[in-house]
Write a protein that binds this ligand. Structure first.
Ligand code: KG4
Ligand code: ZN
Length: 348
């Protein structure tokens, strides 16, 4: 069964074809990230306009690269939410129209859950993908960490899962992006902070790990503020010093130390939660998902800190993509919906 996935929840316009929930036939991602870089974050109106411009060419390219015509496609899956309203609308309206015109079943997919499904893609003839040799075994713990979400969940089967904890404020990727802005590093913040951290001392600055009553919940807003305060102090100013002036007064060494200390604390927070879930639920696997799963520092800390085998998707399947949407749809065939009625859900 070949499913065409369509994703447009944020600043990536993506389409992919996945066979039987595991074989990657194509994976096309067009990002408007360069257009947002000047603003230090995604501008919703710019993202929506860019989706309109590229969504049809992206879908055509995904079909061509998969060697498929419309006749070969068995169903269309699309991100219903969560995400930016204007961005989601472009993907959903395109998918609805195609489902009607091409007479294909239409499946709405939850973007956050789909990140985990990327771990089930284990085969491809495409070059430059490092896929796991086997799919995860149930029950498994999934750590889903992205720019919009930080969640730890227990999966007993594809459609039977409990969210054990989630962020109470900022998502971890959001904290990376904000710290990058404080340090004057380019957007998106995750990769820039990781690069800067390589030259820094992770023990230079002591930053707090938030302790919450439900210890599977996360809070990253305090860590971001503590990093800002440390940056102000290191630069010889007090807490009234404007954050946008900091990149000019911090030395490269101070920036590297701040990046390394922030990254170490963010990673430690996530690792501690996963270790607790490992002890309590004794899963067969731990899986990583979401854009922050691209972090080498996080992957390494989890590999070292866990007894349970860890599975990570290829980096191109960690950040937003449509292959995860197509894979998720294969495992929830009952989700088929009326293409005349499907609405977006910006916050699930
Ligand atoms: O999953 P994703 O592409 O989009 C959302 O659904 O949010 O995740 C994007 C997030 C951004 O916040 C970005 O800074 C972060 O993933 N990210 C990283 C790394 N690469 C991307 N965070 C830490 N380390 C990285 N190497
Ligand atoms: Zn995402």
């Amino acid at each position: 069964m070949k499913i065409l996935g369509i994703e447009s929840s944020c600043d990536e316009t993506a389409a992919a074809v996945v066979e039987d929930g595991r074989r990657l036939l194509s994976n096309v991602v067009s990002s408007s990230v360069d257009l947002h870089a000047a603003y230090g974050g995604v501008v919703p109106e710019i993202a929506a306009r860019s989706h309109i411009e590229v969504i049809i060419p992206v879908i055509k390219q995904a079909l061509t690269e998969a060697g498929c015509t419309w006749q070969d496609i068995d169903a269309i899956a699309v991100t219903q939410g969560p995400g930016l309203m204007g961005s989601l609308l472009i993907g959903v309206l395109t998918a609805r129209t195609l489902a009607i015109v091409k007479k294909k079943p239409l499946l709405p997919i939850n973007h956050v859950l789909a990140h985990t499904s990327a771990n089930f893609i284990t085969e491809t003839a495409l070059e430059e993908y490092e896929l796991a040799e086997r799919p995860p075994e149930f029950p498994f713990i999934s750590l889903t960490v992205s720019g919009g979400h930080s969640q730890i969940s227990l999966y007993k089967s594809h459609n039977d899962y409990n969210i054990l904890g989630q962020t109470r404020d900022d998502a971890v990727g959001e904290a990376y992006d904000k710290v990058a802005k404080i340090l004057g590093l380019p957007y998106p913040g995750g990769p820039s902070v990781e690069r800067a951290a390589k030259d820094g001392n992770p023990n230079a600055i002591k930053l707090p790990i938030a302790k919450l009553d439900n210890s599977y919940d996360f809070s990253f807003s305090g860590l971001k503020t503590a990093t800002l305060r440390a940056a102000q102090e290191l630069s010889g100013h007090d807490f009234t010093f404007p954050s946008h002036e900091l990149p000019k007064v911090l030395t490269d060494g101070q920036k590297a130390d701040l990046a390394a200390s922030f990254q170490k604390t963010a990673v430690q927070t996530l690792v501690q939660a996963v270790q607790k879930a490992e002890t309590e639920y004794k899963p067969k696997n731990i899986v990583l998902a979401g854009g922050v799963a691209a972090s080498q520092a996080l992957r390494l800390a989890l590999k070292v800190g866990l007894k349970t085998p860890l599975l990570c998707p290829d980096i191109k399947l960690c950040t937003d993509n449509a292959a995860m949407i197509a894979a998720a749809a294969f495992y929830q065939p009952d989700a088929v919906t009326n293409p005349y009625k499907l609405a977006v859900i910006p916050s699930f």
